[in-house]
Design a protein around this ligand. Sequence first.
Ligand SMILES: NC(=O)c1ccc[n+]([C@@H]2O[C@H](COP(=O)([O-])OP(=O)(O)OC[C@H]3O[C@@H](n4cnc5c(N)ncnc54)[C@H](O)[C@@H]3O)[C@@H](O)[C@H]2O)c1
Length: 397
Amino acid sequence: MKTLHTPPSGVSRRDFAKATLMTAGGLALDSLGSALKAAETGGRRIRTAVIGCGSVSNQYLPVLQRCPFVELVSVCDIRPERARRQSEAYRVPNHYPHIEALLAGAPFEFLIDLTDMQAHEAVNRRALQAGKHVWSEKPIANSLKAGQELLRMARQRGLRLWGAPITVQSPQFAFMARKIASGDLGRLAAAHAFYGHEGPDWSSFFYEKGGGSLPDLAVYNLTSLTGLLGPVRRVTALLSIVTPERTIHDKGTIRVTEEDNAMVLLDHGHGVVSHVQSGFNYFNPHGHDGSGEKRHTIQVTGSRGYVGLVGYDWAPQAVEWATVEHPQLVKESTDPGGYLWQQGAALAAECLATGKELLATPEQALHVLEIITAARTSSATGRTIPLRSTFRWPLPV
Ligand SMILES: NC(=O)c1ccc[n+]([C@@H]2O[C@H](COP(=O)([O-])OP(=O)(O)OC[C@H]3O[C@@H](n4cnc5c(N)ncnc54)[C@H](O)[C@@H]3O)[C@@H](O)[C@H]2O)c1
């Protein structure tokens, strides 16, 4: 199996803000360049539609625009002015106000779902029913059962289904996974990961049923830790709401009904236990700027060594490790290698075009979804919750 780690080139998160301001002429040239590159690499361009033209589409669309394996055909949003705006900004020929119009419009084969978290399941199901391959922002569905049904449906129809996040695709993840597998850390014992900020203020769905900081934020660390340490057997969690009311643009004050503070304990078997801390009430002097975060946000400890990820797993900067033989921290894997958190759909298009495979699989995404629902059950009942799902591990990094 050929496995995709990173694309040929990449830009920093900050550069994306600039990319969204590119001129239409520049984009047209990009598009031509992409077509030439696809021809050079022997891949074809996948006719692609994007549904959901909100905040994160400003991160995805510039990557898709540059991707040699993508031909952007249509954009869609139930707020039609957003679809129109993105179709103009990124020179996408068609825009539609709802999924049925999108499906009945210009032909395409690959749908990228960037809608509200609560809408993913229904949008993904409808797209699969209509014979489209799907990349979904997290989560793929609202429950493990529904997600597994979607995956079954995809397989029965010869379609592909993938879900964000793709933290396992970074060179820093690969470095950590190889360090752990090498045995340098001795008997593996424990890991800790954290991610948080002060919470989005542009949409209320983050705080409503089906939202919460677990599927929005902890999902990154849960993907990294299960990728590094293996599938989880049981989950114990304490969740809380720290800020019961929020002010949201265009909406005013809303009530927060889902966790905005989460502590999740994971049993990976063989004595290995890890912990994820995540929430929407985390002061951070760097805000959302991943490049500003210099702490070890993932820390893995064994009887003879330690390995820590510098920066967030969605924007990793380096790995530092120490062992009994080398007790001073050594910094390695400082090259981003073209990895970008928002390139998952572009990598999926490359898979469709060339037959290569991603390290990020829907089975792992659904396992992480089960951890999230188990954490909620654990916190509500005070019990430790056994898990049913699993995924192929170790990953072939
Ligand atoms: N914003 C970010 O920086 C960011 C980063 C990583 C992941 N995400 C994920 O991306 C997804 C979208 O987040 P966002 O911040 O862009 O939210 P957003 O509210 O800015 O955008 C969502 C868009 O989807 C549209 N939409 C909702 N239901 C729809 C439907 N049924 N059909 C068509 N359009 C529909 C909304 O009108 C809105 O324009 C979420 O899953 C979020 O967790 C966001």
